[in-house]
Design a protein around this ligand. Structure first.
Ligand SMILES: [Zn+2]
Length: 557
């Protein structure tokens, strides 16, 4: 359709040819610069979209106003527009719960934690569990695991359960342990987990990986209203940070139900690509019912999330050789290879995408081998199977991601959070294939970037900053940690847009600003591609738009 003139007859004639495109239904956005992430037109000044939030055209301001003279104007002034950011690995429910729970991140001692918990407990009823998350013993003077005794004096009767910053360990008090059904006495350990015990064999309060289930089974289940409230809080926080999409990495059937109710009421402010949590109900449902898409278009499920090992911080990541700082410990496998292969074959036969958490080099190889066993080693299939985190990879395994078409779903802030102690865990040799974004990308692998919130902050600016600088907030270490693995700002943005969309089978709808795609975009005060990378963490998110409508606007100060 060339030109829609201002004369009524011409507009009508155009509509007969091109369908129900009325100029008054169109909006033309003008901005200082629009970064499209579309290689065929990387920059534009104006973008037209229809009332359904579909992009109709991009171009110059004059061009679009000439083509759509009756369109509404949305003048973004000096703002910079980028495609809506997509976090390829987050946990909306946990983010919402963490906003409802005591927040312990950044605490410098056990005493500071007890103080925060006392404040939080003031709003709870008698008998409520006091839940918190975010502690990290690496931030304390002695760097030793905490114990029940650290909590019992302040909370002799109220059960307390505090998950570690990585979500792979929990810390209980004695009142919580009294509610655990299973007898914890003796020297036994659960498969895929560890109960920390004192010299006398008594549980000392910390439970690692699958051992956490022993305590969590005693927590009264969340009701439907609480689940919806948690998701709504989490999604609100996401759009306030410029996210227009999140891959929710592991949801239960109950959570899917809560998402569906919110979607029915039109209360999803952004797109959710839900991954079924493990080989459970939600996966069975996907296999039975087929890939799921809510009619309103913002909720999709066609993937499942598996775990092969634990995390590096709690020494649960599965390594080929002993932890450098813990001889005799090679981490934990959470699933045996034959069991993994069985689940993968079922997923393949149901056309379900698989995303497997793998952090250690042994964990990553096991998953690459199992994917190869399912698809063949050099599969050219569009399976888009993913490895979540892919943190510590044997250098000889790095090229396999590209060769096997496995998406590396990585979180730049994990590297900058782990860099103070990662080498102590791994030693100087294994660090070579760790957090190796640049090497993976140069081999031809696709990087879908995310944050793993609430393990890390939901704020994607921190991910862009970490990816492009590999320093902490204070710019340390100077020049970046293992700086040859840095990404450029453009590559980082691509990981949070187009490649994240691809990892969720959504690149024909989102991830870049092109005619035919959704008008999901963010207005920024600064240009992320023009400023020094150090400035990425303080970009100003002015507004977040999903399908052409604002879902967040920064309050004017
Ligand atoms: Zn995660």
């Amino acid at each position: 359709m060339a030109v829609i003139g201002s004369m009524k007859g011409v507009v009508l004639a155009a509509c007969l040819v091109a369908g129900p495109l009325q100029a008054q239904d169109l909006t033309v956005l003008e901005a200082s610069r629009i970064h499209t992430m579309d290689p065929s037109r990387p920059l534009a000044k104006a973008m037209a979209f229809d009332a359904q939030g579909r992009i109709v055209a991009l171009g110059s301001v004059n061009d679009l106003h000439a083509r759509y003279p009756g369109a509404k104007r949305l003048d973004a002034g000096d703002s910079i527009v980028v495609p809506g950011l997509i976090d390829a690995h987050g946990h909306i429910g946990n983010l919402g719960l963490s906003l409802m729970r005591a927040r312990l991140d950044g605490t410098r001692s056990r005493a500071e934690i007890v103080e925060r918990l006392r404040q939080h407990a003031a709003v709870l009823s008698d008998g409520d569990w006091l839940l918190g998350r975010g502690w990290d013993q690496n931030d304390w003077p002695d760097q030793a695991f905490p114990t029940v005794a650290d909590l019992d004096e302040a909370f002799p009767d109220r059960p307390v359960w505090l998950t570690r910053v990585d979500g792979h360990a929990g810390w209980a008090n004695s009142a919580a342990l009294r509610q655990v059904e299973r007898d914890l006495a003796g020297a036994w350990q659960p498969d895929g987990g560890r109960i920390e015990r004192d010299a006398g064999g008594v549980p000392s309060g910390v439970f690692i990986d699958s051992a956490m289930d022993l305590v969590e089974a005693a927590i009264p289940p969340m009701d439907g209203d609480t689940a919806e409230r948690a998701l709504a809080l989490g999604m609100r926080s996401a759009v306030e940070h410029g996210l227009t999409g999140v891959h929710d990495a592991g949801v239960s059937m109950a959570q899917i139900g809560a998402y569906q109710r919110l979607a029915d009421r039109g209360e999803l402010p952004l797109r959710i690509y839900a991954l079924a949590d493990g080989d459970q109900e939600a996966f069975a449902w996907l296999c039975r019912e087929g890939l799921y898409s809510h009619p309103a278009g913002r909720l999709q499920m066609r993937a499942m999330k598996l775990y092969v090992d634990g995390a590096l911080g709690s020494r649960g990541a599965a390594l080929h050789a002993d932890y450098h700082d813990d001889p005799g410990n090679r981490g934990l496998l959470l699933i045996q290879p034959d069991a993994l292969e069985g689940v993968l074959k079922r997923a393949r036969d149901c056309d379900v995408q698989v995303a497997t958490h793998a952090i250690g080099d042994r964990g990553n190889r096991l998953v690459l081998d199992a994917y190869a066993g399912t698809w063949g080693d050099s599969s050219g299939h569009g399976h888009r199977w993913r490895i979540e985190h892919a943190q510590v990879v044997s250098p000889e395994d790095l090229p396999r991601f590209a060769r096997q078409h496995v998406i590396a779903s990585m979180q730049p802030t994990h590297a900058t959070s782990d860099m103070p102690w990662a080498e102590a865990r791994l030693g100087p040799e294994r660090i070579v294939g760790s957090y190796a974004w640049r090497t993976l990308r140069d081999h031809g692998a696709r990087l879908a970037l995310g944050s793993d919130f609430p393990v890390e902050s939901v704020d994607p600016r921190l991910g862009l900053f970490a990816a492009a600088t590999r320093t902490d907030a204070g710019g340390q270490p100077l020049g970046g940690w293992r700086p040859h693995e840095k990404l450029t700002a453009f590559e980082a943005l691509r990981g949070f847009t187009l490649d994240a969309a691809y990892a969720g089978f959504a690149e024909t709808e989102t991830g870049s600003l092109e005619a035919g795609k959704r008008a999901d975009f963010v207005l920024l005060a600064e240009d992320p591609m023009a400023i020094a990378p150090e400035g990425l963490r303080s970009l100003t998110v002015q507004a977040t738009y999903v399908e052409g409508r604002p879902v967040y606007e920064r309050p004017r100060d």
